[in-house]
Design a protein around this ligand. Structure first.
Ligand SMILES: NC(=O)c1ccc[n+]([C@@H]2O[C@H](COP(=O)([O-])OP(=O)(O)OC[C@H]3O[C@@H](n4cnc5c(N)ncnc54)[C@H](OP(=O)(O)O)[C@@H]3O)[C@@H](O)[C@H]2O)c1
Length: 376
């Protein structure tokens, strides 16, 4: 296994991290425990030492499963990461309450890497108001957590604000060859590296879409390369090429995926992609971007919508469906992640959003189109 050094802690950390959000499940959504243990054991035996879970994963069952698994292995050889569910914190007392519950669920006395989960421009001020960092430092001094970080889903300016507010040990950001200018993006990565923060990449395969849903234009670009790498290897290689990224977190849903990703983690080194290879990634990215049908920047100026349509998320899901040429998968995501009262069909054509959208998108017209697309 390839190990990298965390800048502040000097922990030797496996460059492949196990994302515990995508275990195989049965028809009721319960984790298939024996297969999950087989996957975790295989990764552990081959040197993976970073395991990332969170309160909500698998209907709150992921931390419990990890707790059971930790009883079978040498706890000292595991770097355990989990996250405070910021959206459930309503008072200062809740910080301690949730941390204690997490320690109990995972049957452990300490968490190695503790993150504020999914910070954004709304949750960060709310956490600051409750003096979250005072709590985190107390928990660190008490030995309950070892390193303080955050995971992030918002724009770069928000990332910058959060990053500069504290001497974080590490951050977890979306990093893949497509999203260099999305969310924290490459600017966020550069900023984190310049502040000696560890960087953990999440969604390196865009949830699997960079493997299974490549549009023909992108496949054509990759076919110009002589090396015959798989789409999987291309995507993972791009992340591992970043030397300031210590861990690529992979959500794996079968033992074969674990085996293949462990294999690749041994051979994909930092700073090994040539200029011409990096240009090819840019070409592939451009082909993806050309396919985006609605040029929404997700600035959210259109909100609140009087009819409560979640306009940016509706447009975002539609854009992805077209970009990845995969309606069925995105229809499932649309129905799973956007509650019924907030979907495109609830648009009343009132036109309030038309005066607010800086991109001058005809939002009511697009809502009709998206409604038809996902209902057909
Ligand atoms: N903190 C946060 O806010 C946050 C948000 C997202 C993720 N995360 C963490 O980051 C981890 C990584 O994100 P992610 O799960 O979205 O990662 P990802 O690697 O982008 O996507 C995971 C999916 O990629 C596919 N995949 C993985 N290995 C493969 C292989 N060898 N061959 C073919 N397909 C493969 C699988 O799709 P199929 O199942 O379709 O086969 C898998 O479910 C998560 O598991 C979680 O721990 C954190």
């Amino acid at each position: 296994m390839q190990y990298r050094t965390m800048p502040r802690s000097q922990d030797q950390i496996s460059c492949l991290g196990f994302g515990c959000m995508r275990f195989p499940t049965d028809s009721s959504g319960n984790i298939e425990e024996s297969t999950a243990f087989e996957m975790l054991n295989y990764a552990y035996q081959l040197g993976v030492n970073y395991f990332d879970t969170a309160w909500p994963y698998h209907n709150e069952q992921s931390e419990i499963l990890i707790g059971k698994w930790l009883q079978q292995v040498d706890r000292d050889k595991v770097l355990l990461a989990t996250k405070m569910p910021c959206w459930l914190i309503k008072s200062q007392d809740d910080f301690q309450i949730y941390l204690e519950k997490q320690l109990e669920k995972m049957q452990t006395d300490y968490i190695d890497y503790y993150l504020l989960h999914a910070l954004n421009k709304g949750s960060w001020p709310a956490m600051q108001k409750l003096k979250v960092l005072d709590f985190m430092e107390r928990a660190k001094a008490d030995g309950l957590i070892r390193h303080i970080g955050f995971s992030f889903h918002d724009s770069y300016p928000v990332f910058k604000k959060i990053t500069l507010a504290y001497e974080w040990d590490f951050c977890q950001i979306m990093l893949n060859y497509l999203d260099t200018h999305y969310q924290a993006g490459r600017n966020g990565y550069n900023l984190a590296v310049s502040r000696q923060m560890g960087v953990i990449s999440m969604e390196p395969l865009r949830g699997g879409k960079l493997v299974s849903s490549l549009p023909p234009e992108v496949s054509r670009i990759w076919s110009l390369e002589k090396d015959r790498q798989t789409p999987l290897e291309r995507a993972l290689r791009w992340v591992w090429n970043l030397e300031g990224c210590q861990v690529l977190l992979s959500g794996m849903s079968s033992i074969d995926q674990v085996k293949e990703n462990v294999r690749l983690a041994d051979i994909c080194m930092a700073n090994t992609l040539s200029e011409s290879q990096l240009k090819r990634y840019q070409q592939a990215r451009r082909e993806f971007i050309k396919r985006i049908p609605i040029l929404c920047s997700e600035c959210r100026y259109c909100l609140p919508c009087p009819a409560k349509v979640a306009i940016p998320y509706v447009i975002g899901t539609y854009n992805e469906a077209i970009m990845f040429n995969d309606r069925d998968r995105h229809k499932r995501e649309y129905e799973l992640f956007i509650p019924e009262p907030n979907r495109a069909d609830k648009c009343t054509n009132c036109g309030v959003c038309l005066t607010k959208c800086p991109q001058h998108i005809d939002i009511p017209k697009q809502m009709r189109l998206i409604r038809d697309y996902f209902s057909s």
